[in-house]
Structure formats: structure tokens, C-alpha cells
Design a protein around this ligand. Structure first.
Ligand code: B4P
Length: 192
């Protein structure tokens, strides 16, 4: 099984690059952001709770997203591998993910970490906010709060996987295809 974490701050290109990576390597895409937005659209109690946090730029509680990922792993027993997009976002989520994968007798192969400057992140997200209908992309204060949340709670996830020598830093600025080529280079090196 090939299990990859696509890591980076909000707006770094995780969602964009995930679509291309899953197509090329035949992986199952698990995006906690997408799973949460599905709950919001269905107006479930979980979705209503999550929306209140997401609209402030805050992370949703660990137990909520860990539960969602656990169910998604169980629902895909035939997968060749998973691409985790936007998960894990805290150290507790990283520890939980390792435990869930261990139950499946597998582990994380690679963490691909996209590096993008803060001004470029804000520009991209405000731009997406013009068309996406995502309330967390329209307000610059909320976008900056998401970046602060990333520095306070999420950047430690890279430190966690660095201990196991699994992190590759990738320059996340350039065209989508240029960045995709850099990501594929790392995956191909691992696979061969
Ligand atoms: P996510 O859905 O994960 O969204 P994101 O981090 O904002 O976006 P992503 O990084 O995927 O976007 P992309 O760059 O592709 O999270 C949303 C919220 O959900 C979080 O704030 C949090 O509240 C909650 N949440 C999710 N997971 C959680 C977890 N595990 N724990 C707790 N809470 C959780 O796209 C951005 C824009 O950039 C797009 O418009 C794209 O077209 C553009 N772009 C991409 N690549 C580009 C390039 N090379 N050049 C120019 N533009 C580019």
C-alpha cells in the first residue's frame, strides 16, 4: 500500500495537487475539508458544529476528524493506498492516524510538504473566495486566522514525521504542472 500525506498551509495547493496525484497513482483521496463540507451541505449536527469553527478559521475538534477518517478507512478495504489531504492537522491526529494504519498493517510512506509564502496563500484563497462559495475564503481576517492556526497547531505535524525521516519539502510556488512534477519526482523515487 502507498499512503501519502499531502501537507501544507491553507491554500498551498493540497486540494489542487491531490486530484492529479490520485489519478496518476490510483490512490483513494481522503480530504477532511471535503468530508466536513459534505456534512455542512447535509446540515448534520456534526456539520453545523464544524461550520461554526471553520467560519472562524479554527480547526474542528480532533475527535470529530479522527472519527471521520476512521470510518473512511473502514469503508475502503480494497484501496491500493490513500492520499491524506488536510489530515493530520495536529500531533494528536498524527498519532491516531499511525494507530489506524497499524490496524491495517500499513503505514505512512511519505509526507510531501508544500511551501508557499503567506502573501501568496492569502492571494490564492481570496481569489478562490470570489467563485468557490466557501465562507472561509471570503474574509481576509478569517484566512489569516487559518494561517495562525496552522503555525500554532499544524506545523508540528511535519516535526512529528521528520523524526521518522518521512518529510520531503516541495516548493509550492510556480505553475500547477511544475509543482506536480516535483511531487511525482518524490513519489517515483520512493516507489522505485
Ligand atoms: P481544507 O479543505 O483542507 O482547505 P485548505 O487548507 O484551505 O485548502 P487547500 O490547501 O486544499 O487548497 P488549495 O491550495 O488546493 O480545510 C478547510 C477548513 O476545514 C480548515 O480551515 C479547518 O477549519 C477544517 N479542517 C479540515 N481538515 C481538518 C482537520 N484535519 N482537523 C481540523 N480541522 C480541519 O487551493 C487554494 C487555491 O489556490 C485554489 O483556488 C487553487 O486554484 C489555487 N492554487 C493552487 N495551486 C496553485 C498554483 N500553483 N498557483 C496559483 N494558484 C494555485
Amino acid at each position: 500500500m502507498l499512503n501519502i500525506i499531502l501537507f501544507g498551509p491553507p491554500g498551498s495547493g493540497k486540494g489542487t495537487q491531490s486530484e492529479k496525484l490520485i489519478a496518476k497513482y490510483g490512490l483513494k483521496h481522503l480530504s477532511t475539508g471535503d468530508l466536513l463540507r459534505t456534512e455542512i451541505a447535509a446540515q448534520t449536527p456534526l456539520g453545523i458544529e464544524a461550520k461554526a469553527m471553520m467560519d472562524k478559521g479554527l480547526l474542528v475538534p480532533d475527535e470529530v476528524v479522527i472519527g471521520m477518517i476512521s470510518s473512511a478507512l473502514e469503508a475502503n478495504p480494497e484501496a491500493n493506498g490513500f492520499l491524506f489531504d488536510g489530515f493530520p492537522r495536529t500531533e494528536a491526529q498524527s498519532v491516531a492516524l499511525d494507530g489506524l494504519l497499524e490496524l491495517k498493517e500499513t503505514q505512512i510512506a511519505l509526507v510531501l510538504s508544500l511551501e508557499v509564502s503567506e502573501e501568496e496563500l492569502v492571494k490564492r484563497l481570496l481569489n478562490r473566495g470570489l467563485t468557490s462559495g466557501r465562507s472561509d475564503d471570503t474574509n481576509e481576517q478569517v484566512i489569516r486566522a487559518r494561517i495562525v492556526e496552522y503555525h500554532n497547531k499544524t506545523s508540528v505535524v511535519a516535526d512529528y514525521y521528520r523524526k521518522f525521516d518521512k518529510v520531503n519539502n516541495i516548493k509550492g510556488e510556480g505553475t500547477v504542472d511544475e509543482i506536480f512534477a516535483l511531487l511525482c519526482n518524490e513519489v517515483d523515487k520512493y516507489v522505485s
